[in-house]
Design a protein around this ligand. Structure first.
Ligand code: APR
Length: 313
């Protein structure tokens, strides 16, 4: 039986995730988007890339949500980005955007429940942690099958900046970023190493602090350059998560997970180190945090909570 990976939303992140994952030949890819025939068009284009690239993945797509039927994993990127209203010329407030994407995520969740009730959902739409709550509320899926993509991206950015600063391979940088997906995220320098050598031995505290600050604002840096959000790195974060799930690799990747007492948090999606396997989130790893790290995580949890409150559940 072949795996089926559905991409609910075929915009920049969704289509780029499909691109990475099609190349990894993990399963057939199906794209869905409500905007015209964009999903069918991108899917066909990607399928046609198979012969020259030697990629043996079926890629299909359409504007009927039924195409996601029976998917093993669903990558959700459907949503509305933060952009100016063409009529008023104003940006929506944070709370307005939360409400807009809450409506999108409600519709998305109802369709997933209908067409793929056994699927594992990887949520990417922002504000990430709050959107995970909507998916949980509407689908009623167990927490193992609702996983937010945030830490994979934030950690990737953190590692990239360390590799750039030291002039070393990204492959040898190990580290982790916890917390909510936003300015309050919690990179952990005490748990960061270069091939096992503590990064604090290789870099001044000042340089490390600068990298941590840059990581926390990593999304904004790309928006500043492009005028819209990045998509290669977010999509790559999705790809390693889906790979670990479908290959049952049991990789340890920080993901937004619904807490039920872990780290002292309850009923809140928050970025924590989890083990990803064929059942989804198979374990939440408990780390010993010092007082400073704990205070930062608490601060991040408060920030997530304030957005979740806007949902009104
Ligand atoms: N059903 C299906 N697709 C939808 C729906 C819906 N109800 N509403 C919007 N979409 C689609 C849009 O048509 C668009 O193609 O979602 C897609 C979003 O793609 P982009 O606007 O290109 O946004 P992208 O950069 O991919 O980001 C998607 O991921 O990283 C986050 O902050 C980012 O929330 C954003 C999401």
């Amino acid at each position: 039986m072949r795996n089926k990976i559905a991409f609910y939303g075929a915009g920049n992140v969704g289509a780029t995730a499909a691109h990475w994952l099609a190349g990894m030949e993990l399963g057939d890819c199906v794209l869905f988007d409500i905007f015209g025939e964009v999903a069918a068009g991108k899917a066909l284009d990607l399928f046609e890339a198979g012969p020259p690239m030697g990629i043996d993945t079926q890629v299909t797509g359409g504007s009927d949500p039924g195409v996601i039927e029976g998917a093993d994993v669903i990558v959700v990127t459907a949503g509305v980005p933060r952009r100016k209203d063409p009529e008023t010329g104003k940006f929506p407030s944070r709370d307005e955007l939360v409400k807009i994407n809450q409506d999108v995520m409600t519709a998305v969740s109802e369709n997933i429940k209908k067409y793929a009730p056994e699927s594992i959902i990887v949520v990417v739409t922002n504000p990430l942690d709050a959107m995970c709550h909507v998916v949980k509320q509407v689908t009623g899926f167990p927490r193992e099958r609702i996983i937010g993509q945030a830490g994979a991206l934030d950690t990737a950015r953190y590692k990239t900046f360390i590799a750039m600063e030291l002039g070393l391979s990204v492959e040898d940088i190990h580290g982790i970023v916890l917390g909510g997906h936003g300015d309050t995220m919690v990179p952990l320098p005490r748990h960061t190493s270069v091939a096992g050598i503590p990064v604090t031995e290789l870099m001044s505290q000042q340089k490390l602090e600068a990298i941590i600050a840059r990581t926390a604002k990593g999304g904004g840096e790309i928006v500043g350059l492009l005028g819209y959000s990045g998509y290669y790195a977010p999509a790559a974060g999705v790809a390693i998560m889906v790979e670990s799930i479908l290959k049952d690799k049991k990789r340890v990747i920080p993901c937004a997970v619904y807490t039920e007492g872990e780290y002292g948090y309850h009923d809140l999606f928050l970025g924590l180190p989890v083990v990803l396997g064929r059942k989804g989130i198979e374990q939440i790893i408990a780390m010993d945090l010092n007082d400073k790290e704990r205070a930062m995580l608490d601060h991040s949890a408060d920030a997530v909570r304030s957005v979740v409150e806007v949902l009104g559940y």
